[in-house]
Design a protein around this ligand. Structure first.
Ligand code: ZN
Length: 205
């Protein structure tokens, strides 16, 4: 019986395997710990009173153009595609025959000074009344913007439609956001929506 070497080497190998696993685990913990101090950036998103009802995962959010020229069709179409490419819940779906879509899209030459507006008829229990938002692009005030800038403005309005309010973030720290007002976001690089925008939508839904 004393010549049987079985149990000792076996437990020895198991022991060294365990300590190797432990070392790897400690290394990973230290690595993650160091990583957390560098990123992600702080979140600054703020919310409006409403959101779309019943949207999660990959649910469709219907939209329809009511009066639109090619310029703003391109801006909006690009913007909805950019939002769809993020991990924000839901996706925007064009429904040309829907008599009551969640998002109505218009453009026109309006007297008001904004580039664009997202409007709604109120909020009921935290959801848009009638599950509906109207987005209007002002061709008069937006005429000097590039095609890319118009698309980012459209991303901003879709952020409102999701239920996001304005933020004031710089490009570098804590990071860019389409929900920032004005021209500053145009120089941030990339086309948005950015981290803070997506986190804001996820927090809302
Ligand atoms: Zn706005």
């Amino acid at each position: 019986m004393a010549t049987n070497p079985g149990p000792q080497p076996t437990s020895g190998r198991a022991g060294s395997r365990l300590s190797r696993v432990l070392q790897v685990f400690l290394f990973c913990t230290a690595f993650l710990g160091a990583n957390f101090t560098l990123s992600p950036p702080a979140q600054a998103y703020t919310h409006l009173c409403g959101s779309f009802y019943g949207i999660s995962g990959n649910d469709p959010i219907s939209y329809r153009y009511y009066s639109i020229t090619n310029t703003y069709y391109n801006a909006f179409n690009g913007a909805q595609g950019r939002w769809d490419a993020t991990s924000a819940p839901g996706y925007f779906r064009y429904e040309k025959n829907n008599s009551d879509p969640s998002v109505e899209v218009h453009d026109g030459s309006y007297a008001w000074g904004d580039w664009a507006r997202a409007t709604w008829q109120g909020c009921t229990f935290g959801y848009w009344a009638y599950d509906e938002v109207k987005i209007s692009f002002n061709s008069r005030t937006m005429s000097g913007l590039t095609a890319r800038e118009k698309k980012i403005v459209a991303e901003h309005e879709l952020g409102h439609a999701y239920g996001l309010n304005h933020v004031s973030l710089t490009c570098s720290n804590p990071g860019p956001a389409v929900m920032r007002q004005g021209t500053g976001k145009f120089g941030c690089g990339g086309d948005g929506p950015w981290y803070d925008d997506v986190q804001g939508v996820k927090a809302k839904y």
